[in-house]
Design a protein around this ligand. Structure first.
Ligand SMILES: Nc1ncnc2c1ncn2[C@@H]1O[C@H](COP(=O)(O)OP(=O)(O)O)[C@@H](O)[C@H]1O
Ligand SMILES: [Mg+2]
Length: 348
């Protein structure tokens, strides 16, 4: 919804994610994301609201539409787990001369993997700049996505593209790797987040070589590597000789659907409290927790989609509230019609 159009981060599950992840795969976009302080708009008092002239009212509503198309990042158990584990690894790896370890975040589509690793990246970057106040030139965190059917050169190009290094199709792969690694070292990269890792198809020769290229980067760059992708434990990526080398050095956090429990209700409560609708009665959504669980099969991506859509409808049609009836009118999205994914797994 707030996507800038040609958003490469939307590839993978092929579903619009509601604009939560604008262009993160370049240093400018990433910095914008890190420095952005998401602020929910203030709800005007009824008398002020009703006396706004048309221009002001349009601007006010636009602000609120924009807000509801994103809502907020809720501190779910997955986010906490990924951020805490990732921070710990960065600390431990800082002093490790060899044998650095990494983290894999794996689970079905739309279970919050990208959100979790980007929140980790944001945390690490903020900490880095706090520890090194005169480090504005540093690039402590890089975020890239693996393109479909990735080849070694495509992996190297993603690193280069993040930094905005000039590369052409004719550039040779060794040069691209050398210049990308050079920038990583110069700018003190400490965390490398690689998303959509399921796009590495290690059953093809090009895919296997692409995976080696990534491994080579992880050996050259003294950073903590975090991978995210769909059901990676089931792919060839972590099996075989190559895979076992990766699997042995990486911890795994699995994402999945929510059970209908207090975490689910807390998630709904957090989302509900971020609503900026004039006639919404707080508590309506939390009381609909089992209904919402049925509708979304406990999938966070579907829940966000449903609540964002209902909230936007409520502003556009002037009802200014979400009820079970208005939720009913929101068509089920594609993902929640799929068979339910596996329940959440613990850490491997
Ligand atoms: N902790 C969270 N708080 C708020 N929204 C979230 C959270 N985790 C995921 N979402 C939303 O759910 C949708 C799917 O999340 P995403 O991180 O893209 O999943 P994945 O990478 O597993 O496909 C996105 O719209 C995202 O904004
Ligand atoms: Mg994702």
């Amino acid at each position: 919804m707030t996507n800038d159009g040609d958003d490469p981060d939307d590839q993978g599950d092929g579903i619009d994610d509601g604009g939560q992840h604008p262009q993160l795969t370049t240093v400018q976009g990433w910095r914008r994301f890190v420095t952005e302080v998401p602020a929910a708009p203030q709800l005007l008092a009824p008398s002020v609201w009703s006396s706004l002239d048309e221009d002001k009212r349009t601007a006010y509503d636009e602000d609120r539409l924009d807000h509801h198309s994103r809502l907020l990042v809720v501190q779910t158990p997955t986010i906490r787990d990924v951020v805490n584990t990732g921070r710990r690894l960065v600390l431990l790896n800082r002093t490790a001369a060899y044998g650095r370890s990494g983290l894999i975040v794996s689970g079905p589509a739309r279970t919050g993997k990208t959100t979790a690793i980007t929140q980790l990246g944001k945390t690490i970057e903020v900490i880095h700049h706090r520890r090194h106040p005169r480090s504005s030139g540093d690039i402590p965190v890089i975020y890239i996505t693996v393109p479909p059917a990735a080849t070694p050169k495509m992996i190297a190009m993603e690193f280069a593209r993040f930094f905005g290094l000039p590369v052409s199709r004719r550039s040779n792969i060794t040069d691209i790797i050398e210049s990308a690694c050079g920038v990583c070292l110069d700018t003190r990269v400490t965390l490398v987040a690689v998303d959509e890792l399921h796009n590495l198809n290690t059953t093809t020769r090009a895919g296997a070589e692409a995976s080696d290229t990534l491994k080579y980067f992880s050996e050259r760059i003294p950073a903590t590597f975090v991978y995210a992708g769909i059901n990676l434990q089931r792919t060839g990526l972590l099996t075989g000789t190559r895979g076992e080398q990766i699997a042995g050095r990486f911890g795994m956090i699995r994402t999945g659907v929510f059970n209908q429990d207090e975490d689910w209700t807390a998630l709904i409560a957090a989302l509900e409290s971020s609503l900026r609708l004039h006639h919404h009665r707080p508590g309506i959504l939390t009381r609909l927790d089992s209904y919402l669980h049925r509708r979304t099969k406990g999938m966070i991506g579907s829940l966000l989609w449903l609540i964002r859509t209902a909230a936007i409808n409520a502003i556009l049609d002037g009802t200014e509230k979400i009820t079970k009836a208005t939720l009913e009118t929101v068509a089920a999205d594609i993902a929640s019609q799929d068979p339910p994914p596996r329940p959440p797994g613990g850490k491997a």
